[in-house]
Design a protein. Structure first.
Lengths: 399, 864
């Protein structure tokens, strides 16, 4: 059997490896658009901060892939998919036939349609090449602006600050990571990052990027001008679905898949950020890896259904641990708060009908798995509610 | 002088001063050193070296927090001259405007005899009013009245040794184990030596005293007369007869023993024991006295002893025990509104005339004045123009507490002499006079067995504090009576007092200490404990067997009718009166850190153990923590009388006690208020731990010290808990530090810990119910530490360590032993109180906790 995996990100690589393990002897082609070996995208911030080099984040050296019978094709962009002929066409015109195909093209970073958005010195924060470009820019120091105070934007800001740049984060709402954090945790995070030299302009709207031949400043809607030798846009991601759409696969915002991650073509699967399951896209690595496992199993003849788990998110900036899961600050939920100003630790929980529906951990995220389980399982926390915030050591539930 | 006089008042080799404990009426001898170390005086006849938990802690109370050290006029510090001028002016104004009876003194069983004497002489002799009453009115006025009715004079026939020599000791209305612990220890030792000795406890409640008793008679509150009527009848049936018994016996036979609510066989057993036991001592205390029928109760007891001719014989006597250290001294000098001086009596014209001459007091008051309750009623009605309160806190101790507080606030001129500034009564004073504290005073006290002991100074006077007698003399001088108050020290006063006791020899008063009237200053300084009468030098008194007469005692029930429960009040083991001295000591506060109301579970009506309850009636109310105890008699409840607004806002039980008094003695019925119990619906309750005693924004608050300088504040209130939580945190004096906070508004859970570096500075915990707040003792212990570990920090808001044994309350105050350690020792095989003591030291100090250790042993599971 021939399997083609399009996209060598974490999901695509995981899927290829699992297929190789389950179906020895299968001809597996793993086609990646980037020239690098499969790497840990989550660890890009380490590279940015200079705490890791490219080699350190490679997850699958070519020898390992080869030993598993996976033909890794770096810098191989697939430009067309012939579902009828069961073959993909590379940028260079090469046809790669398949019995089963897995699309794992992920997403691309959104670029704001701002005046000056195309100027040199304006970067996105998505892949290794973006990060290496940012590192090069940072070496010269000076002011930088990160547009977008989400998870990735803050990672970028922290990395640039660590590398010696004077960073301002421009964020549209009152506190950073508003999708993952409530206002208080967001404020704590902004304070912590502020102590590390990162300034915040929020709430603020970016109007334009100014510069003569290259980015020199960011202009805010209120007229403020923030000098910037480097501008990083981190304002969200869009599923990378062009290939699938052109091939005529059923599309919504992403590539529509069933519980086995199968697209409208039974021979074609889609996993990760490009796939849309039950009307929902995913944006985190953990469910993407789960989907990779599900697709591999389906190709191997299994039929396990993927059930979306509660999203949880963790910010990985050295010296700052932030984790959240479930619903953040829903208006109709009951609130439990634990706060230690001295150690800058904070936990907030949202409950509905005696069940944990959302949690934010700031500072000490050791118990995140415990809370994720409570949210996912939907079990009643009423019997130990008073001790809930203290963590599993204090929750004595009859087994 | 007896041989003991040769012993110096100070034991030179240890530099200890022989003095007397300032607490209860046992009057134990104490060896005290200026560094605060105290020990029982092995040579004192009251205690032979023993001390109770309070006495053993005396050294720790020398540094009284909130001491009043300087005179104050109008709330401002003043010189003694200015303050005394103000007092003189206030009293002369009242004399001018309203005459002698618009002036009054309210004094205390805490005064030394010499202070008492000076105050009484000043009031009755020179102000010309008998409006001087003592807080002893609340303590043993009924016994005084009963003694005077039966013996014609206020005479206590017995001595402590009688308790050891008796074959039957009946304790009536006396929780001797807690209220007179050293006497109880002597009794227990005697019982251990002679197990055939029988002890009967007559008390509506199961108290710690019951642990050592052969029979407990949980009679209905106030029904003592019915029980002793039955005893009298049974004794007569057994053949005892005495002249004059007919009326009393007829009345007794007409009383239904069933009024006691006791089982007929229990009554029969007791009557039998009493009738058959020649050596029988009946000891009573406030359970008898603090009653609308207190005098009749005491006479009902005395009647039984008259009939069986058991008065003043070895091991056979009625025996009234006083609550205060010098109630007896007050009785001796006559510092009560209905007594004159030195057992002299207004009803004997020759005695009045002799006293007038002796004092040189032409204005001598010619009849009884206002007793305590009436005195404060008059104050409230505006007929008292000047009042001088000494060493007592009527704002808390009197019935109708709210009315008394209002009267004090309205007083036209109020002088308060006290050693503490921290008293609800001192707050209201126009002039505050700093009195000497224990260890600074010099004079005499008389204990319950008529032994006069010296209280000697072993400390320098605090600030500008002066003796009360001196302040009285100075005011008298300013009013023009200087000549009659020209004493140069307490010895001179004592001599004058002693001389009065033989003023009218033909009266043949038993109280005659004229043998001491010529005592030299040096002999007074060295005076050993001396029992009166002392008609001549070197002939100290022994038992007294006065001629006695029967008093018919018709049955009267409680004077406060209505509502479902009868409120009994009383003392705690480790507290003294209004807690001024004992309250600030953590190990004395540990037994009962907040005011509790003990209820029988059947009367709880759904109120849970540990819930806050309001007890009250039409007159007033108080909020306390409910403690359910099957040892409480159904239909009654018990609350300690110690709590003042200083330590607990809203727990003054006397607010709900009506000012009804015994018609003969004027003693208020402090045990017997009719109250209803309702759940105190607090929207939030919990505690605040801080490094100081704080005023906190809470409708109900109980403060108590904990080890390590921590103050615990139990709080409760109504309204929004989140707002209350914020207000409590804002009320803390600390401004620096970091808060660790846990909040669950829907659950009503609010916890906060203030930390500075790794040190716990304060804790605030609120919840809906009392059992939802974490352990105070564990958190307080962390506060006492230099710093806490990171692991402990994580546990702070949980209020417990994730693992390990929970903290445990202290039981043995002397050695700081917790219930947990005692239980562990029992688990390790300690089978009796002695073994627990050997393993943990618990119960080996004052011994007052031994009954409670026995109770833990009793409920401990038998090892398999």
């Amino acid at each position: 059997m021939r399997v083609l995996v399009i996209g060598a990100g974490p999901a695509g690589t995981r899927c290829a490896v699992r297929i190789a393990e389950r179906l020895p002897g299968t001809e597996i082609v793993l086609a990646g658009a980037e020239s690098a070996l499969p790497y840990d995208r989550i660890a890009l911030s380490k590279v940015l901060e200079g705490r890791a080099e490219v080699g350190d984040i490679i997850t699958h050296p070519v020898g390992v892939l080869r030993a598993k019978g996976i033909a890794y094709r770096p810098a191989t962009r697939i430009v067309a998919l012939d579902c009828v002929g069961r073959a993909a066409v590379t940028e260079k015109g090469e046809r790669v036939g398949y019995d089963a195909c897995v699309i794992a093209t992920g997403s691309r970073a959104a670029r704001l349609p701002l005046p000056g958005a195309d100027l040199p010195g304006v970067l996105l924060y998505r892949d290794l090449s973006d990060v290496l470009a940012m590192r090069r820019a940072a070496m010269a120091g000076g002011p930088a602006v990160v547009i977008g105070g989400g998870l990735l934007g803050l990672e970028a800001a922290a990395g640039l600050a660590h590398a010696g740049m004077k960073v301002t984060v421009i964020h549209a709402v009152d506190w950073p990571m508003e999708r993952q954090l409530d206002a208080e945790a967001g404020a704590m995070l902004a304070r912590r990052l502020g102590a590390r030299g990162i300034r915040f302009a929020m709430p603020a709207k970016t109007a334009a990027i100014a510069g003569d031949g290259r980015a020199e400043a960011v202009l805010l809607a209120d007229g403020t001008r923030i000098p910037a030798r480097l501008v990083v846009m981190s304002v969200g991601i869009r599923p990378e679905t062009g290939l699938a759409a052109a091939a005529g696969l059923a599309m919504a915002r992403g590539i529509v898949v069933d519980d086995q991650m199968r697209t409208s073509d039974p021979a074609v699967f889609a996993i990760g950020e490009c796939a849309e399951h039950g009307g929902k896209l995913i944006g985190l690595v953990a469910p993407a890896l789960e989907q990779a496992e599900i697709a591999a199993e389906a190709i191997a003849g299994g039929a396990t259904a993927w059930a979306p788990r509660t999203d949880s998110a963790a910010l990985k900036v050295s010296g700052t641990a932030v984790w959240s899961a479930g619903e953040i600050a829903p208006a109709d939920a009951e609130v439990v708060t634990l706060r230690d100003e001295g150690t800058d630790a904070y936990r907030r929980f949202w409950l509905r009908e005696g069940r944990l529906v959302g949690a934010v951990l700031y500072g000490d995220t050791d118990d995140s798995g415990f809370y994720l389980n409570l949210i996912t399982s939907g079990c009643s926390v009423a019997p130990f509610r008073a001790a809930l915030a203290m963590g599993p050591a204090y929750v004595k539930v009859a087994a | 002088m007896p041989a003991r006089a040769a012993i110096s008042a100070t034991c030179t080799e240890v530099e200890a001063t022989r003095t007397t404990c300032p607490y209860c009426g046992v009057g134990c001898g104490v060896l005290a050193r200026p560094d605060g170390t105290v020990a029982g005086d092995p040579e004192h006849p009251a205690n032979f070296g023993r001390l109770c938990s309070k006495g053993a802690a005396l050294g720790e109370t020398i540094d009284l927090p909130g001491r009043l050290l300087y005179p104050e006029v109008g709330g401002k510090r003043a010189s003694w001259d200015a303050a005394l001028d103000a007092v003189a002016e206030g009293f002369s104004r009242a004399l001018r405007q309203g005459g002698p009876d618009s002036t009054a003194l309210y004094v205390s069983g805490q005064l030394l005899t010499e202070d008492y004497y000076a105050a009484n002489k000043f009031a009755k002799g020179f102000l010309g009013t008998a409006n001087i009453d003592s807080n002893s009115r609340l303590c043993m006025a009924s016994s005084v009245a009963a003694h005077r009715r039966a013996f014609g004079e206020d005479i206590v026939p017995a001595v402590y040794a009688d308790l050891e020599q008796a074959d039957l000791v009946t304790l009536v209305g006396s929780n001797l184990a807690w209220c007179h612990p050293v006497l109880h220890q002597r009794l227990m030792a005697a019982k251990a030596a002679r197990p055939q000795m029988r002890i009967v406890v007559v008390d509506p409640r199961v108290t710690a005293t019951c642990a050592g008793a052969d029979l407990h008679l949980p009679l209905a509150p106030g029904s003592d007369v019915a029980l002793f009527a039955a005893v009298l009848a049974r004794c007569a049936d057994a053949g005892f007869a005495a002249p004059g018994m007919e009326d009393a016996l007829a009345v007794a036979r007409g009383i239904d023993p069933g009024l006691t609510g006791l089982a007929p066989d229990a009554i029969a057993t007791f009557c039998d024991w009493f009738a058959r036991t020649e050596k029988s001592v009946t000891l009573w205390s406030q359970g008898v006295n603090q009653s609308g029928a207190g005098t009749d109760k005491a006479n009902a007891i005395i009647n039984c002893h008259i009939l069986t001719e058991r008065i003043g014989k070895p091991g056979a006597s009625p025996f009234s025990i006083t609550g205060q250290p010098n109630a007896m001294g007050g009785r001796e000098v006559g510092a009560l509104a209905n007594t004159l001086a030195a057992h002299l009596d207004w009803s004997v014209p020759a005695e009045v005339a002799a006293l007038r001459d002796a004092w040189g007091a032409p204005n001598l008051a010619m009849g009884p004045g206002l007793k305590a309750v009436d005195l404060f009623r008059a104050l409230g009605a505006g007929t008292i123009g000047a009042l001088w309160v000494m060493a007592t806190n009527p704002a808390v101790s009197l019935p109708d507490g709210d009315g008394v507080r209002a009267a004090l606030k309205r007083a036209p001129f109020l002088v308060v002499s006290d050693c503490t500034r921290e008293s609800d009564t001192v707050d209201a004073a126009h002039v505050r006079l700093p009195a000497l504290g224990w260890g600074e005073k010099d004079g005499t006290v008389t204990n319950s067995e008529r032994v006069i002991s010296r209280q000697r100074a072993f400390l320098p006077r605090g600030g500008e504090a002066r003796p009360d007698w001196w302040a009285v003399a100075q005011v008298a001088k300013r009013l023009g009576f200087g000549e009659a108050f020209a004493w140069d020290g307490p010895a001179a006063i004592f001599r004058e007092h002693a001389a009065l006791t033989a003023l009218v020899p033909e009266s043949r008063r038993a109280f005659d200490i004229s043998g001491l009237a010529e005592i030299s200053d040096a002999d007074y300084a060295a005076m050993p404990p001396t029992r009166w009468p002392v008609a001549s030098r070197g002939a100290p008194g022994e038992r007294l067997a006065p001629a006695a007469r029967f008093i018919p005692t018709p049955y009267r029930g409680l004077a406060q009718p209505g509502a479902p429960l009868t409120l009994l009040t009383g003392r705690l083991r480790d507290q003294w009166h209004m807690m001024t001295r004992t309250g600030p000591l953590p190990r004395l506060m540990a037994q009962a850190p907040e005011p509790e109301l003990t209820l029988h579970p059947d009367d709880a009506a759904g109120i849970a153990d540990g819930a806050l309850v309001r007890l009250g009636n039409a007159q007033g109310s108080a909020v306390l923590r409910a403690r359910l105890d099957a040892g409480q008699r159904r239909g009654s409840c018990f609350a300690p009388m110690h709590w003042t607004a200083r330590f607990c806002v809203g727990a003054r039980v006397n607010a709900a006690v009506l000012p009804v008094v015994d018609p003969i003695s004027g003693q208020p019925e402090l045990k017997g208020a009719a109250v209803a119990i309702t759940r105190y619906v607090a929207d939030w309750q919990g505690f605040v731990l801080a490094g100081a005693a704080l005023d906190l924004p809470a409708a109900w608050m109980a403060r108590s010290p904990m080890p390590g300088g921590v103050w615990r504040h139990e709080v409760a209130g109504e309204g929004d808990a989140t707002a209350a939580f914020a207000a409590l945190r804002a009320a803390l004096p600390e401004t620096t530090g970091h808060w660790a906070v846990l909040e669950d508004a829907v659950l009503g859970l609010h916890r906060a810990v203030l930390l500075r570096e790794a040190r716990v500075i304060a804790v605030v915990c609120l919840a809906r119910a009392s059992d939802e707040v974490p352990r105070r003792d564990w958190l307080a212990a962390l506060m006492a530490e230099e710093g806490i570990t990171l692991a402990e920090r994580r546990c702070l808001l949980a209020g417990e360590a994730a693992e390990g044994p929970p903290p445990s309350p202290t039981l043995c105050a002397c050695h700081g032993v917790t219930v947990g350690r005692i239980e562990a020792a029992i688990l390790d095989g300690a089978e009796d109180v002695a073994a627990v003591g050997a393993a943990t030291k618990a119960g080996t100090g004052c011994g007052a906790c031994r009954p409670e250790i026995a109770a833990i042993l009793a409920r401990a599971p038998v090892p398999a």
